[in-house]
Design a protein around this ligand. Structure first.
Ligand code: IPE
Ligand code: IPE
Ligand code: MG
Length: 249
């Protein structure tokens, strides 16, 4: 009922953004403000991730990509990294049934080999078992960096040229796209970054070439469904030109 209301309010049912990406930033500062450890901030952040994911599914968003852990986040203290890995493990262990129930297809964006084998196995299981789900595609970017992703695509393509499987003339934007972790997915329409920083931090360079960006000061654990509605409303008011002209200009 509430969701139906929201849909009609912002005309999301007829026109939801196809691909929304979120840089879930600000867990550490949220915890600090409450005199908690940074790790506890991640715990609350993980809870919020679960509810925003469900909410996006209910709005009819077809692709949701969330930035959970970057290739640079390994630089953090081992205590914090270990805690985050523990959260991943717990989440993956508990969520498979929920993914299937919600009909979410889960895909990991990032280098899985960087994870301990226990987590890698859980990631593979979640991807395999939700392969046939037809609802929202939930991309979880973990050990993800745009630079690493593009580098790995370049290597695969270079190897194919070297093996005479393709010619240099066959390298085009579609081939590059299809060698990214988001292969066969539509480009990103909207990137939301919580936590107040106004930067991209190595996230989806290629896929966001014409995305709209919304930067909000709200720290990730506080970013609730109302904040999401505001972001979607703001998105719907943007005029996208893709280098061309608007119809009314
Ligand atoms: C985002 O929150 C979560 C990860 C990067 C894993 P942060 O941990 O970066 O929180 P701040 O930016 O320090 O507040
Ligand atoms: C980006 O946040 C990565 C994630 C949210 C997973 P960071 O906190 O790592 O980004 P910087 O260091 O402020 O650029
Ligand atoms: Mg941060």
């Amino acid at each position: 009922m509430v969701i139906e209301c929201m849909r009609s309010k912002f005309n999301l049912k007829s026109n939801p953004p196809g691909h929304v990406a979120i840089i879930m930033d600000g867990n550490g500062r949220w915890a600090k403000e409450r005199l908690m450890t940074r790790s506890l901030g991640h715990k609350f952040g993980a809870e919020n991730f679960k509810s925003i994911t469900r909410y996006c599914g209910s709005l009819g968003i077809k692709y949701l990509t969330v930035f959970a852990f970057s290739t640079e986040n390994w630089k953090r203290s081992s205590k914090e990294v270990d805690f985050i890995m523990g959260l991943f493990e717990e989440y993956l262990n508990k969520s498979l049934e929920k993914f299937l129930h919600e009909n979410f297809r889960v895909i990991f964006l990032g280098d899985k080999n960087g994870f301990p084998s226990k987590i890698r196995d859980l990631i593979n299981r979640a991807e395999n078992e939700t392969q046939k789900c037809t609802g929202m595609v939930l991309n979880i970017a973990a050990n993800y960096g745009s630079k690493a992703e593009i580098t790995s695509a370049v290597k695969v393509i270079a190897q194919k040229v070297k093996n005479d499987q393709i010619s240099i003339d066959e390298i085009d934007e579609t081939l590059i796209s299809n060698n990214l972790y988001t292969s066969n997915q539509p480009e990103v329409d909207l990137v939301i970054r919580t936590g107040g920083e106004k930067r991209v931090s190595n996230f989806l360079f290629w896929q966001s070439a014409y995305a709209e960006y919304i930067f909000t000061d709200v720290l990730w654990p506080d970013f609730d469904s109302k904040c999401m509605d505001r972001a979607l409303k703001e998105f719907s008011s943007r005029k996208r030109r893709f280098g061309g002209m608007t119809v009314d200009s």
